[in-house]
Design a protein around this ligand. Structure first.
Ligand code: NAD
Length: 353
């Protein structure tokens, strides 16, 4: 059977399904790879999209649905969904995926995910977008937004705790938010620190591998991005005026800082419901050290309803749990930018990207 004629994908031909999907209708669904997403969505795009969707959520125009995350009882894998709807931009969808620890032995990333975008008017599938690269970009964007909004303007030393897959994305995005002069970093496993040093050099910043306590003593902004299940940073190490973006804790039981630090800080988050259940604040709330009501959605700062940092001495802490709306916002950009032809063969779409 000869290939059917090519048709444009993305917004130029609205929604992946060009024709109403009645009986026998042709389905045209763009499928975007990680490589395509890397080309189509810049750090600036992700920053603006994540900032906008945080603000929309705080204003009640967008919302995240409950997260599902389950141990599937096979290969030690965790699998789940993050979903939501941004009514202000009509972006609806779900990110599905999780964590497969055995993937390293196969030469694959341990975190695997895919975003499915749907037409908000009809429920029809619009696009399938690889989520691995986008997750890293949107997670870097979230901590970057927190730094832009909450860190002291005169912050000069950037601290990174963790040197895994996400850390370079965090470093690059954070480095753009202030006039940093140096990066200090520590990781429980030191093997990958040299790779992080290269990323700092590319960003034009001198890099020093130091101990955890020294990061606290020297950094004005600290990003934590580890899979830790116990505090790595002690509360009394942290100096007044520090901004922390705690990005690693996204599951019940994970923890990167002492709960007392949250009691000493002004705490902000992407999503309060996630912060107190799967985020860094879960421990401080469970121990009665802070109240859920005291945690401020960063969207309220972006939208002007909350002033953010109150003084140069205040410690600010952003609990970045990772929300579905972030994934959908960046996947939507990738879809809108991907105006490459889709070829249909026997109802299956092929996209050259
Ligand atoms: P990775 O496996 O590539 O790297 C893990 C990092 O954590 C390394 O620096 C490692 O040394 C450290 N680490 C591993 N086990 C540890 C332990 N038991 N105690 C202390 N440190 C430990 O992981 P990654 O892809 O870089 O992700 C890091 C973390 O960020 C994970 O917890 C992941 O789930 C989380 N994450 C959060 C978001 C978000 O939106 N908040 C998005 C993506 C990933």
């Amino acid at each position: 059977m000869p290939p059917e004629p090519a048709s444009p994908a993305g917004r130029s031909e609205p929604a992946g399904n060009a024709a109403p999907a009645g009986a026998g209708a042709k389905i045209r669904i763009p499928v975007l790879s990680d490589e395509a997403c890397a080309r189509l969505v810049s750090r600036r795009d992700a920053f603006e999209a994540v900032e906008a969707v945080f603000a929309a959520a705080a204003a009640g125009a967008a919302r995240n649905f409950s997260v599902v995350r389950e141990a599937i009882g096979h290969g030690d894998a965790l699998y789940g969904f993050k979903s939501g709807f941004d009514r202000s931009r009509l972006v609806l969808g779900v990110k599905s995926g999780g964590y497969w620890p055995g993937n390293s032995d196969r030469g694959l990333a341990r975190h695997q995910s895919t975003v499915f975008l749907f037409d908000a008017d009809t429920g029809q599938l619009k696009a399938v977008v690889a989520g691995n690269r986008l997750t890293a970009i949107r997670t870097g964007a979230a901590s970057a937004v927190s730094i832009a909004r909450l860190a002291r303007k005169d912050a000069r030393v950037l601290g990174i705790v963790g040197a895994g897959h996400q850390a370079p994305f965090q470093l690059r995005a954070a480095a753009e938010q202030r006039n940093f002069e140096r990066v200090v970093a520590w990781s429980p496993h030191r093997r990958t620190l040299p790779e992080l040093a290269k990323v700092a050099q590319e960003a034009g910043l001198p890099f020093e591998a130091v101990g955890a306590e020294e990061i606290a003593a020297r950094a004005d902004v600290i990003v934590t991005i580890t899979s830790s299940f116990a505090p790595l940073l002690k509360a009394d190490w942290i100096r007044p005026g520090t901004h922390l973006a705690c990005m690693g804790t996204d599951t019940r039981g994970k923890q990167e800082v002492e709960p007392a630090l949250l009691a000493a800080a002004a705490v902000f988050t992407d999503e309060v419901g996630q912060s107190v259940t799967i985020g860094e604040a879960q421990h401080a709330v469970a121990e009665g050290l802070i109240a859920e009501q005291a945690i401020v959605p960063i969207g309220a700062v972006i939208g002007g309803a909350h002033p953010g940092r109150s003084s140069d001495e205040e410690i600010t802490l952003f609990d970045g749990t990772g929300v579905g709306l972030q994934d959908l916002a960046v996947a939507d950009i990738a879809l809108r930018r991907s105006a490459r032809p889709t070829t249909l063969r026997n109802g299956v779409a092929f996209v050259e990207l």
